[in-house]
Design a protein around this ligand. Structure first.
Ligand code: NAP
Length: 496
């Protein structure tokens, strides 16, 4: 385990896709003085934590990988979790990052010291001072447990899909699954054959499209190995195809009609029972919630040992789940597939900017950041996959990579111009946020007739980018110093 230095130029919180990518790209620019602080005992972020049976990515592998590190070895068009985790480990090793990753270092607090123009980052295993702090803690890293009365009194086995209990055998058990989003759709078909009885508690049905996964054969891999340019072309093709969805999501929802028809046909073909089909038919516009890609979710829900329960869960008893009207279903295990704290990230309570103000306090009325990356009052802090950077239609790795470019250029600027601190001007941040909100106003995520994790408690969509990835890339291609208060090192008497 490397020793945590007292001082570093850049400290990165988190070793998922966005954090690893940032550290790799900075090192490629000659910024060698980088530490990555990781709370867990392994790297990989959400791809380390989400090990539930069937965990896979619903974005094609060629796009769900770093542009600078194409992988000709993907075994499927949609990669499985172990392969994605192996890819991240491979990248960390190949780009010489392992000596800079500090595992088991959970960030307890990061405080901006204005006089010294440094972040003091206190972790469970030591403290480091950094000129630049990069928070890559991930929007989908902290599980959200449902607020169901009595859940804490349950005496059986209870766990979240994002922290799967692999030591627990579900064979022959009575199992309750709460939630029917992307995670449940992947593990329900895997556990259905094991469980004695499986109750799937659905609050809102998902729109489900066929996944059409395929294995990538030896010849294909050999071709990609020999011609990386061809793999890049395929990646570009997938990227452009996915961008088309933006028009349906953000401009004219009528464009989603074809996809909705395909989803309805998929449901009709896979669910012959009209009663079950009615339960699984969404009553909101497609895209309002994350679209699920699956070929085996519907068939699993139709098996004789499975019951789809649409009555509201009233409470959980010591060994049962009770729905509206007092109907009690005895269960041995409850699996919460209830998503993550995307709009109220715990890390925001631990980062304190100028005057000691926490990021959570700055976000009291909702998350906002300039270009999803910088927040006024938090100098030299760069958020990766921050507010409004999510992609409902495409690979979020593309958004992180756009932010990497912005971060690289900002660090270059700090170095080349002997700058102590940059702090985004409030009017630049609010102007940007207003423009995002105006664009958001026309989208299916706001007007689609659903409530999703994309929205915060005030009903604002603070998670997704409401346009093409290309537009975000253009905005983040350069560090636009005019939008920042810039404090020179010499003028401020800041030590170097
Ligand atoms: P999710 O999409 O947030 O789904 C949570 C589910 O739990 C929903 O069905 C929700 O119902 C239900 N739920 C929440 N609280 C509840 C309560 N108190 N009582 C009853 N039901 C409740 O979570 P997720 O499936 O873990 O997916 C989260 C995100 O992770 C996805 O949208 C996606 O971005 C990502 N993900 C990606 C992949 C992939 O393949 N790349 C796989 C898994 C996850 P409502 O819909 O009514 O709120």
């Amino acid at each position: 385990m490397p020793h945590l230095p007292d001082e570093t130029e850049v400290a990165v919180i988190g070793s998922g896709f966005s954090g690893l990518g940032a550290a790799i790209r900075l090192r490629q620019d000659g910024v060698d003085d980088v530490v990555v602080l990781e709370r867990a005992d392994d790297i990989g972020g959400t791809w380390r934590d989400n090990t539930y049976p069937g965990a896979a990515c619903d974005v094609p592998s060629h796009l769900y990988s770093f542009g600078f590190a194409p992988n000709p070895e993907w075994s499927h068009s949609f990669s499985r979790q172990p392969e994605i985790l192996a890819y991240l480990r491979h990248c960390a090793g190949r780009y010489g990052l392992l000596p800079r990753i500090h595992l088991g270092h959970e960030v307890l607090e990061a405080r901006w010291d204005d006089a010294a123009a440094r972040w003091t980052v206190r972790t469970t295993r030591g403290t480091v001072r950094a000129r630049v702090l990069v928070s890559a803690a991930g929007p989908l890293s902290d599980p959200a447990l449902p607020d169901i009365p009595g859940l804490e009194t349950f005496t059986g086995t209870l766990f979240h899909s994002g922290a799967w209990d692999h030591g627990h055998d579900l064979t022959g058990e009575r199992v309750a699954v709460v939630g029917t989003g992307a995670s449940a759709a992947q593990f329900v078909p895997e556990i259905q054959p094991l469980a004695g009885r499986l109750h799937v508690f659905q609050r809102t049905p998902s729109w489900v499209l066929p996944r059409r996964d395929r294995t990538l054969g030896r010849v294909e891999k050999r071709v990609y190995r020999a011609m990386p340019a061809l793999q890049r072309m395929v990646r570009t093709g997938i990227y452009l195809g996915r961008e088309l969805y933006v028009l349906g999501f953000t401009v004219d929802q009528r464009l989603l009609r074809l996809a909705s028809r395909i989803a309805r046909g998929h449901l009709e073909r896979q669910v012959p029972d009209p009663e079950l089909r009615a339960k699984l038919t969404p009553a909101y516009t497609m895209g309002c919630k994350r679209i699920v890609l699956s070929d085996d979710f519907y068939p699993a829900l139709g098996r004789p040992n499975v019951e789809v329960v649409t009555d509201r869960i009233e409470r959980v008893g010591p060994r049962s789940v009770v729905t509206a009207g007092g109907v009690e279903r005895p269960v041995d295990t409850i699996i919460c597939a209830t998503g993550f704290r995307a709009t109220d990230p715990p890390i925001a309570y631990r980062i304190h900017g100028r005057g000691g103000r926490s990021l959570a306090d700055a976000w009291r009325t909702g998350m906002r950041a300039y270009k999803g990356t910088t927040v006024s009052g938090f100098p030299n802090l760069f958020l990766l996959l921050g507010p409004n950077t999510g992609g409902a239609h495409t690979s979020v790795v593309l958004m992180a990579e756009a932010q990497h470019e912005y971060l690289r250029d900002a660090v270059r600027f700090l170095r080349e111009h002997d700058v102590a601190a940059v702090d985004v001007r409030p009017h630049a941040m609010h102007g940007y946020d207003d423009a995002v909100a105006r664009r958001m106003d026309r989208t299916v995520w706001v007007h689609g007739g659903c409530r999703s994790w994309y929205l915060d408690r005030n009903g604002r969509n603070t998670t997704l980018w409401p346009s093409f990835v290309a537009g975000f890339r253009r905005r983040t291609a350069r560090f636009d110093r005019d939008s920042y208060r810039v404090r020179a090192r010499a003028a401020a008497g800041v030590p170097t």
